[in-house]
Ligand binder design. Structure first.
Ligand SMILES: [Zn+2]
Ligand SMILES: [Zn+2]
Length: 85
């Protein structure tokens, strides 16, 4: 089981790896680490299981639309919107 301290460390590591830059819009404003796989649904608290997003993208694109997910494959990121299936 991951402990909160591991979680936080992974988030920090994720941001450093992504050069503290939003991986969707390249903003460096208030970048946070988002769990690609929901933490509540058993997503891993690892660097690989997260992605750096600015506050804007994080809230607007991810958590306000449950249909949108991020698929990160190597360095390629795709978002899936409501009409994008
Ligand atoms: Zn962004
Ligand atoms: Zn998030």
């Amino acid at each position: 089981m991951s402990r909160p301290s591991d979680h936080r460390r992974s988030q920090n590591e994720r941001r450093l790896k992504d050069l503290k830059m939003c991986q969707l819009c390249a903003s460096t404003n208030r970048v946070q680490a988002h769990h690609i796989f929901e933490y509540a649904k058993g997503g891993p608290s690892t660097v690989e299981g997260m992605i750096s997003l600015c506050l804007d993208c994080h809230q607007r694109m991810i958590h306000k639309d449950s249909e949108i997910r991020i698929k990160k494959k190597e360095n390629h990121i795709t978002t899936f919107g409501r009409g994008g299936k």
